[in-house]
Design a protein around this ligand. Structure first.
Ligand SMILES: *Cc1c(COP(=O)(O)O)cnc(C)c1O
Length: 434
């Protein structure tokens, strides 16, 4: 499979190049050159197949012969090595829990797959030592760091804004051992991000180090997110309609679901659920794409006003807004309703959610209420474990929640990080290490 750039000013390239580059040379997102349709026979047999076999069928044509079958199966096996339960909330509502991975957030799946692909390709593309450089506002850093656990000769360097991420997130970034270099930056996330960008454009650094990004727009993080839509489908034992509500920020997760549907997975409708950073729900309604300045919310992994993956969704529907509207609805919710939803799920159903998943639940409820829909498989995606947002959750439900064992263990580990203030310190740090 070749990958084109959605800016249409770079030539098509291999999967390997797309993974290593992250973005195309013209700064466009990579997109598969061919549309893939899965056979009816495969779709009908999903319910009897093994999980790894399903995921292999879903992704192998996006990779072609660039990774051998046995290696790809091994990569998939490591990627989906934790449970992905579909919990019943009531007769028509289910939660697809994607937070049982090592850092308790759905980003573990994409991060692991990408790390394994880079590990597989590394000897092909550089004799220099590879450094993965990422800026994080919280969840991405931990997931990427853990994704690379066990890979060889790849160093991960994570920049995060000092004092601006949660304690759990900080421990997940700073306690991984030697292959992860955690760097606290005096400043905010934007400062971290711009330092990373500068490093990628720095000729001296590029001459000496093979730098690569682990950005969420990387095809190797985006495509494996299709797995859980297929695996959820496998678990459904009735013939009722299937709706997915996806709490969305950069729209990578929902885009993978929409791609799955375009390949033939029988999903009836998608609901894009956002917080008050609601560019896409407004666009679906009015047809006007008009980002507002980003506002802070309690579901902060979705504080995004220009979702980078949305262009891929438009590509799937050939920029046809009517077609998009037939398949996707969008709703936005403020922090007050999000907290109310967390409380009501807890008191009525004894179910704990984090603020992001609660937004997904609200979107599903709203869509079903407006359209008078009952008796379906309404699935909201739970993107993070409630403990990752302990303070918000405790405040919303007015009850203390305990750390699970895996987090308790991390909380007592010794934090190892370096502290920097400006770009020249980052540059010096990277050069002296290599
Ligand atoms: C990243 C993230 C999201 C948003 O996912 P996108 O693919 O960017 O839309 C939602 N919830 C949590 C907890 C996240 O970490």
């Amino acid at each position: 499979m070749k990958y084109i750039s959605l800016n249409h000013n770079s030539s098509p390239t291999s999967f390997m190049k797309a993974v290593i580059n992250g973005l195309a040379p013209d700064k466009g997102l990579y997109y598969p050159q061919e549309n893939i349709t899965l056979s009816k026979k495969f779709i009908e047999s999903i319910k009897d197949m093994d999980d790894v076999e399903i995921c292999y069928e879903v992704i192998n044509r996006y990779i072609g012969d660039e990774i051998s079958k046995s290696n790809l199966i091994d990569i998939i096996d490591k990627t989906i090595s934790f449970k992905i339960p579909l919990k019943k909330i009531d007769n028509s509502i289910y939660s697809l829990e994607l937070f049982h991975g090592p850092t308790l957030a759905f980003k573990d799946i994409g991060a692991k797959f990408m790390a394994q692909c880079l590990d597989y390709f590394k000897s092909n593309y550089s004799s220099k030592k590879i450094t993965v450089l990422v800026a994080t506002s919280g969840d991405t850093g931990g997931a990427v760091a853990r994704g690379f656990l066990g890979t060889k000769d790849i160093e991960v360097c994570i920049l995060y804004p000092k004092g601006k991420i949660s304690k759990v997130q900080e421990q997940q970034i700073t306690t991984n051992g030697n292959y992860v270099k955690a760097i606290e930056v005096e400043g905010d996330f934007d400062k971290c991000q711009s330092m990373v960008k500068k490093a990628f454009n720095d000729e001296e650094i590029n001459r000496k180090i093979a730098l690569t990004s682990a950005n969420s727009i990387n095809v190797a993080r985006w495509l494996p997110q299709m797995f859980y839509f297929f695996l959820a489908y496998k678990k459904i034992k009735n013939k009722k309609e299937i709706l997915f509500s996806v709490p969305s920020g950069n729209f990578g997760n929902i885009c993978a679901g929409i791609l799955s549907k375009s390949m033939g997975l029988p999903i009836n409708h998608f609901i894009a659920s956002t917080n008050i950073n609601d560019t896409i729900p407004r666009y679906i309604k009015d047809g006007i794409f008009e980002p507002h300045p980003t506002k802070r919310t309690i579901s902060n992994a979705m504080d995004v006003s220009e979702p980078s993956n949305f262009i891929r969704i438009q590509k799937i529907y050939n920029n046809d807004l009517q077609k998009l509207r037939k398949n996707i609805s969008g709703f936005r919710f403020d922090d007050k309703s999000t907290k109310e939803a967390m409380r009501s799920l807890f008191t009525t159903h004894n179910y704990l959610t984090d603020p992001h998943s609660a937004v997904g639940y609200l979107g599903l409820k709203e869509y079903m209420a407006i359209n008078n829909i009952e008796n379906v498989n309404g699935i909201f995606i739970s993107t993070a474990h409630s403990i990752k947002f302990k303070d918000v959750v405790e405040n919303a439900i007015d009850t203390n929640v305990d750390y699970p064992k895996s987090i308790k263990d991390i909380m007592v580990k010794e934090k190892k990080s370096s502290s920097i203030e400006n770009y020249s310190e980052l540059k010096e740090y990277l050069l002296q290490r290599n």
